[in-house]
Design a protein around this ligand. Structure first.
Ligand code: PMP
Length: 364
């Protein structure tokens, strides 16, 4: 297996082999234009067509109703942590509410607090961020500006179920680490956003889906680049967009539609990968501990540890020697983390599981 196939990084992560091949060729010459993708103008007919295709593919994959605008943004999910409250937490509403379920949702609420008063609707700190709440049972003020949550906590390896997304107030989700990994009832959300570097492509572009009804709330006089209407009104071409990142993202959405066969098929593959890995870790429970409590285990990121930093490091060395990469836990949690994003194959997960079993036996 190639080194790219054995990439378990938390992000930027693995990309499909066929996408990498096409990207390599496109850096020299795009089949459509004969010129390098890196030198293509964002005003060219080719790029305008690419933006249309990216949007069409995302709409088709999700069955996204027309009332949602799609925009391709820069600044990562972190900039949206700031711009979402600037745009939508206006005085006409009670403070927005945030679910603090792990590292990234805490970063989101901490950033929101710099611009708006916000309320923590639920806090996972007392249980060490190893569990998730039932969203529809949270006591949220009926006139709250919105409820924000992170659908998949990349660091702790916690994921909300697909059916969980229900709220009486506008629901905004950071789906950076599980967007397009499974079908989604998009119509339950006011806004969904996800940066590309887990399941969609390279770093540099963030996809935002916004119910147009929400745009009416945006206050006047926000700087253009912070006003979420700007890129929608300019079809993601107000200033120079990240042409290359959007190109690779479009190839990934093509791959999802044509090679994988859509999000239900992608979900079946992702479930199979997660079952294999958690099955292996559970069979090793004498020596390995999974961070997330069983009902909330993420199909995208498994955070676990041999319970001893020295053993964790020894496992990483052993895995690296067999061509694997990216298994270090996030710097805030330590331990190990295996990320099973869309482009990681079941065969790659098998290689990881065999290595875990052998290492576990040697160190039991
Ligand atoms: N949200 C989630 C769920 C993440 O995993 C990350 C980064 N890994 C971020 C937000 C931050 O994204 P960015 O680096 O694009 O700002």
């Amino acid at each position: 297996m190639t080194p790219n196939a054995l990439n378990f990084s938390g992000g930027p992560g693995a990309l499909p082999a066929t996408v990498l091949d096409e990207t390599r060729d496109a850096i020299v010459a795009l089949p459509e234009t004969g010129r390098s993708v890196l030198g293509m103008s964002h005003r060219s007919a080719w790029f305008l067509g690419l933006l249309d295709e990216a949007e069409r593919n995302i709409r088709a994959l999700l069955g996204l109703p027309e009332r949602y605008a799609i925009s391709f943004l820069q600044g990562g999910s972190s900039l949206l942590f700031a711009t979402i409250p600037m745009n939508f937490a206006t005085r006409a509403f009670a403070p927005p509410e945030y679910v603090n379920s792990g590292y990234w949702s805490r970063r989101a609420s901490a950033e929101a607090q710099r611009t708006a008063a916000c309320r923590i609707a639920w806090d996972g700190a007392p249980t060490g961020f190893s569990e998730l709440p039932a969203l529809q049972q949270l006591a949220v003020a009926p006139n709250a500006a919105y409820l924000h949550y992170v659908s998949n906590e990349t660091v702790e390896g916690l994921q909300f179920g697909d059916g969980e997304a229900r709220s009486a107030v506008p629901l905004i989700a950071d789906m950076s680490s599980d967007f397009l990994s499974r079908p989604l009832a998009a119509e339950r959300f006011a806004m969904i956003y996800a940066h590309a570097q887990k399941n969609l492509g390279p770093a540099g572009v963030t996809v935002a889906l916004i119910d147009r009804a929400l745009l009416e709330r945006i206050p006047p006089n926000l700087p253009h680049m912070l006003d979420l209407r700007t890129q929608i009104e300019h079809r993601s071409n107000y200033n120079t967009p990240p042409v290359f990142a959007i190109y690779v993202l479009t190839l990934v959405t093509r791959w999802l539609r044509n090679e994988i066969g859509g999000l239900a098929a992608m979900q079946r593959i992702n479930e199979a990968k997660a079952q294999r890995l958690y099955g292996t870790l559970d069979a090793m429970r004498e020596v390995v501990k999974v961070h997330a409590a069983a009902p909330w285990r993420s199909r995208m990121n498994a955070a676990f540890t041999f319970g001893d930093a020295r053993l964790d490091r020894a496992f990483i060395a052993c895995a690296n020697a067999r061509g694997m990469a990216g298994l270090e836990g996030h710097r805030s949690l330590g331990g190990l983390r295996a990320s099973l994003y869309n482009a990681v194959t079941l065969e790659a997960v098998d290689v990881l599981c065999e290595t875990l079993i052998e290492f576990g036996r040697r160190h039991a």
